[in-house]
Design a binder for this molecule. Structure first.
Ligand code: LLP
Length: 382
C-alpha cells in the first residue's frame, strides 16, 4: 500500500515529519517475537530518532536504550528507561558526559580505548563507584555497506583494534574502579547481506575464548546494530527481516550458560515508520532538466545529500501521466537534491509529496543551515 495521508492532515503546514505509531507497534511486536524466544535483549539506538512519543512506544515494548551522548542518556532517562537498561557508547565521551552517566548508575559503558578507560576509572573513583564496562573491539569485519556507515574495519576510528586488545586487557588490573562485564562490536549500518553477522559472531567467539584464557568470564556480549531496511520498495516489506537477523546470531554466536546477548538496533525499528511531507513550491523547466522544487530540503533530510541515499518519493496530489523530475530542495547547495530523474505523475505547484522511510536518521540529523526552522512532527495510529 502506498503511503496515504489522513484528509485532516492535508492542511497541515509543510514540511513536517509524519510518524505511524501503529506501524511502530507492529514492528516492535515482530522484533520482540524474534528476539525473546532466542533470549536476546534489544537496546534501541536512540541516535536514529529521539522523539518522546516514539521512545514511549519503544520502552513500552520492553527495549533498553543505547545512547551515544550525555544528551541521549538524559533523554532516555526522561523517557522512562530504567538506568539498568541504559548503555553509553561513543568514541569520544566527554568528562561531563561520563560523570552524568556514572551519577545515573547506568548499566554499562562501551569503552573504545585505553585512554578512555583510564579517564573512566578516575571519574568513577571520584564518585566512589565502580563502572561496568564492555570493551568495544574493532573486529575488522567488512559490513559491505556505504563507506560512511562502515564502522568495523581497521581503518575506522571505532573500537579497540585486535592488535591492541591484549595490552588493554593486561592493564585492566590497574583500574580498580572498573569492572569488565562484556565485549561489544558494531560493524556498520544499513546491512542487507546478513552473512556478515556470521563472520562477526565467529570473531566474537574467538575473542571470548581468548578473554577466558586470560581469566575474564563475560556476563554479556553486545553484537551492535546494523540491520538494514528496504528503501527501494518501502511497501514491499514493511517490517524488516528480524527473524533472519536473530537466527544468524543464534546459529553462529557461541554463548556461555546464562550469558546475556544485547543487540542495539536503530534504523530497523523506526525508519519505515517516518515520512517527510513536503509541498511543491515551483516546477521549473530548464534547458535540460525539469525540477520539482520542494519546501523541504537537505536541512530536513540530509541522507541523500550526505550519502547519496535513496528515499522513495510519491506525489500524493496528482494521478496524471508520469514525467521525469529532479526533486530538489530550496537550500543553496547543489547537493540539496533528493533524487534525479524521478518518475512522478505530472506535478504542479502546491502538490503534496511524501518522502518515505525517513523515520531513522531523518529528523535527528536536521540542521538550521540557512536559518531554517525546525519542522513539526505529527503522530498517527498506535
Ligand atoms: N550501535 C552503534 C555503536 C552504532 O554506531 C550504531 C549506528 C548503532 C548501534 C545503530 O545502528 P543501526 O541499527 O541504526 O544501523 N546516519 C547514518 C547511519 C549512522 C549509523 C551510526 N551508528 C544513515 O543515515 O544512514
Amino acid at each position: 500500500m502506498p503511503f496515504t495521508l489522513a484528509p485532516e492532515l492535508h492542511a497541515q503546514p509543510t514540511p513536517f515529519y509524519h510518524y505511524d505509531l501503529g506501524l511502530l507497534d507492529a514492528t516492535l511486536t515482530a522484533l520482540q517475537q524474534a528476539a525473546r524466544p532466542r533470549n536476546f535483549q534489544v537496546h534501541y539506538a536512540l541516535k536514529a530518532n529521539v522523539n518522546l512519543p516514539v521512545l514511549a512506544r519503544i520502552k513500552a515494548h520492553g527495549l533498553g536504550a543505547d545512547c551515544v551522548s550525555g544528551g541521549e542518556v538524559q533523554r532516555a532517562l526522561e523517557a522512562g528507561f530504567a538506568p539498568e537498561h541504559v548503555v553509553f557508547a561513543g568514541v569520544g565521551k566527554s568528562d561531563a558526559e561520563i560523570r552524568l552517566a556514572l551519577a545515573a548508575d547506568i548499566w554499562c559503558f562501551n569503552a573504545e580505548s585505553a585512554e578512555e578507560l583510564a579517564v573512566l576509572n578516575e571519574l568513577a573513583g571520584a564518585q566512589d563507584r565502580t563502572a561496568r564496562v564492555a570493551l568495544r573491539v574493532n573486529p575488522n569485519v567488512d559490513a559491505h555497506t556505504h563507506a560512511y556507515i562502515t564502522t568495523g574495519l581497521e581503518a575506522n576510528k571505532f573500537g579497540i583494534s585486535l592488535a591492541d586488545l591484549p595490552a588493554v586487557v593486561a592493564q585492566f588490573g590497574s583500574w580498580p574502579h572498573l569492572e569488565l562485564v562484556g565485549l561489544h562490536a558494531h560493524i556498520g549500518s544499513q546491512i542487507t547481506d546478513l552473512t556478515v553477522f556470521a563472520e562477526l559472531s565467529q570473531r566474537l567467539n574467538e575473542l571470548q575464548t581468548w578473554l577466558e584464557s586470560q581469566g575474564h568470564q563475560l556476563p554479556h556480549l553486545n553484537v551492535g546494530g546494523g540491520l538494514g531496511i528496504n528503501y527501494e520498495q518501502p511497501d514491499g516489506q514493511l517490517i524488516p527481516d528480524f527473524e533472519g537477523y536473530f537466527s544468524m546470531f543464534d546459529r553462529h554466536l557461541v554463548r556461555r550458560p546464562g550469558q546475556q546477548v544485547h543487540v542495539e538496533l536503530g534504523r530497523a525499528v523506526v525508519a519505515q515508520c517516518g515520512t517527510l511531507l513536503s509541498r511543491v513550491l515551483y516546477v521549473k523547466q530548464s534547458q535540460s532538466t525539469r525540477f520539482a522544487i520542494l519546501d523541504a530540503g537537505m536541512t530536513e533530510l540530509m541522507r541523500p545529500a550526505l550519502y547519496g541515499s535513496y528515499h522513495h518519493i510519491q506525489n500524493l496530489s496528482s494521478t496524471a501521466p508520469e514525467l521525469l523530475y529532479d526533486v530538489v530542495g530550496p537550500i543553496c547547495e547543489s547537493s540539496d537534491t533528493f533524487r534525479k530523474a524521478v518518475a512522478l505523475p505530472e506535478t504542479r505547484r502546491g502538490d503534496l509529496v511524501a518522502i518515505r522511510s525517513a523515520g531513522a536518521y531523518g529528523e535527528v540529523m536536521s540542521s538550521g543551515y540557512n536559518l531554517r526552522e525546525k519542522v513539526a512532527a505529527v503522530y498517527v495510529g498506535g
